[in-house]
Write a protein that binds this ligand. Sequence first.
Ligand code: ZN
Length: 159
Amino acid sequence: MRKKTIICTNGRGRKDRYVYIPEHPNSWIEGYMLESRLVMEKKIDRLLRREEIVHHIDGNPLNNKPENLQLFKTHLEHLSKAHGSIIKFENIKKLIGNETLNKSELQDRIMDKFKCNYTTAYKAINKYIDNFEVWIGNSDGSNFPSKFFKNIEFNKNER
Ligand SMILES: [Zn+2]
């Protein structure tokens, strides 16, 4: 017999609660769906679209009380409004301009320009190196060793 609710952990250690509801049009083949989505659907009295994201205001994915849930239209809106800022590839490129910067100089500049912390700038630079333009979230960066930033130099001729 199936359990009514289960808790699953994803690859990054995040735990979510799922409800067994095979009759729901958006449940998985196994019959489960995210409890947070189900609660939000009851709250707004309609089915959620695939691209809509339910955010947990207190940061606890297991707290699916209606007042703890907030709905966003897209993944990007969710991340930018609820979790951090978007640092675009083009904006980092502009920040570098004609100059040649090492990683820590570029990092300082990103922190100053986008009012973000160490980790955010670190991630932004790595995304920049990978040629990605993605969301960069804010989190505590106190554990990042500065030696990571030493050897790479950036200037506009590289791109
Ligand atoms: Zn969220």
